[in-house]
Write a protein that binds this ligand. Structure first.
Ligand SMILES: [Zn+2]
Length: 259
């Protein structure tokens, strides 16, 4: 049995690690869609090129200490940075809270962090960087060796996840003569399959289509245009997070409704 103070310690550790990943997410979100290196150069103020030292780079705290201004030129630093760091802390905390300080808990936290980055990048740039989805696929497959699932359901999930988007995309091109979904969505669903398996893939596709449709209806106030561009990856990422945290409970509820 875990003592309460140990539980508290691991929650704090998960949140801190999550915030540090969130801080790195700010770098990934800015640089990956622009094909820039994520390790060089060091982060600097875009206004005055003041290099950001380690103590100006502590997640959330530095932004609060600097009162949201660059130390060099006093230009405001977007609150987006500490918000992404807070979201990273939440990802770390929620994975460990839901599945424990364990391989399933830590891989859930990593999946949530990857989904956060992918959702924000696709929303802003309509791109899903392969760097993130390939890293995620490797982590999901690697975790399957350690968390008792074994590699077979992870590999099957990857194949079904990527294959389902490819099939829809080919079908769409046959019927409409245009490319519906990009390679980014194929890779994203492969990654989701590595973590969540075949049923997780189906739940994510269902949820992503539902969230995307709701968003189109709400954002156009019901006047839907036929060729509206949609960052589908953002909605798939949101759906995958919901399936990870509440998938079995939602499936039972849904099957109960339709009976
Ligand atoms: Zn500056």
């Amino acid at each position: 049995m875990t003592l309460p103070y140990e539980t508290g310690f691991f929650y704090a550790l998960a949140a801190t690690l999550g915030a540090c990943f969130g801080s790195f997410s700010n770098v990934l979100i800015h640089r990956l869609p622009r094909d820039l290196s994520v390790v060089r150069p060091r982060s600097a103020c875009p206004q005055c090129a003041h290099a950001i030292s380690w103590w100006e780079n502590i997640p959330v705290l530095s932004w609060l200490l600097l009162r949201g201004n660059c130390r060099g030129c006093k230009a405001p630093i977007s609150p987006r940075y500490p918000l992404v760091e807070l979201a990273g802390a939440a990802c770390g905390l929620v994975g460990v809270w839901r599945f424990g300080w364990s391989v399933p808990g830590l891989s859930a936290s990593l999946l949530l962090l990857l989904l956060l980055d992918i959702a924000l990048i696709d929303w802003e740039h309509m791109i899903i960087p392969h760097t993130l989805t390939i890293a995620g696929g490797v982590i999901g497959l690697g975790a399957s060796f350690l968390d008792g699932r074994g590699p077979a359901p992870a590999l099957l999930g990857m194949a079904v996840g990527a294959g389902s988007i490819l099939a829809v995309s080919w079908g769409y091109r046959l019927v409409r003569g245009v490319v519906g979904m990009g390679g980014g969505d194929v890779m994203l669903m492969g990654m989701v399959g590595a973590f969540l398996g075949v049923w997780g893939v189906f739940g994510t596709l269902f949820g992503g289509a539902l969230f995307g449709t709701l968003w189109i209806v709400i954002s156009t106030r019901g006047r839907v245009q036929g060729n509206a561009k949609l960052p589908f990856g953002t909605f798939l990422a949101l759906a995958a997070a919901v399936v990870l945290l509440a998938g079995p409970a939602l499936a039972r509820w849904y099957l109960g409704l339709s009976r």
